[in-house]
Write a protein that binds this ligand. Sequence first.
Ligand SMILES: [Zn+2]
Length: 171
Amino acid sequence: MKLPDFTEFEPFVELRRAMGARKRGHFELFDPERHLTGRERSELDREGRYLPWTRLKHLADDTWGYKNTRLAVYLSEAEDYHLAQCEVTQTWEAGAYVWISTRRTGPLPLGPEQETRKQVCAHCLQLLGYKGFDLHRNRKIAYSKQLLKTFSRDEFFKVYKLYPVQGVGER
Ligand SMILES: [Zn+2]
């Protein structure tokens, strides 16, 4: 059977033109290895996911990534959750499993049935210098403690865009 040559098929040529893709393959195709599916996105929000932390991406701006989203990363037993590659996360062993979630507000999920209330990690905010956060400078301590108290993940993920992460390299 001879397949039609779609490369010159006028509606497709038209479509490529409309997309601004002058060359074939100029636009990015969906790749499940690198892009979250809709289902994964809702799963990360509702249930989180439990996986070896070595599967996470070390994004070049010091935040954590999984495929093309940023994340909160946490251990079920620890008090804090992490938004960056802080010194605490550096101590995780190679085989350790962590929870990840993209939930913007409230408690973080531990699977479909459970959730946990955690504090944002101060080391993470220090590393990022988030909104001028700095517990090492006397004149910033009161401000930083206040920021820690009123911290909003939702706001954080507007500064460090939650999804989709584009054009940020990896370490
Ligand atoms: Zn941290």
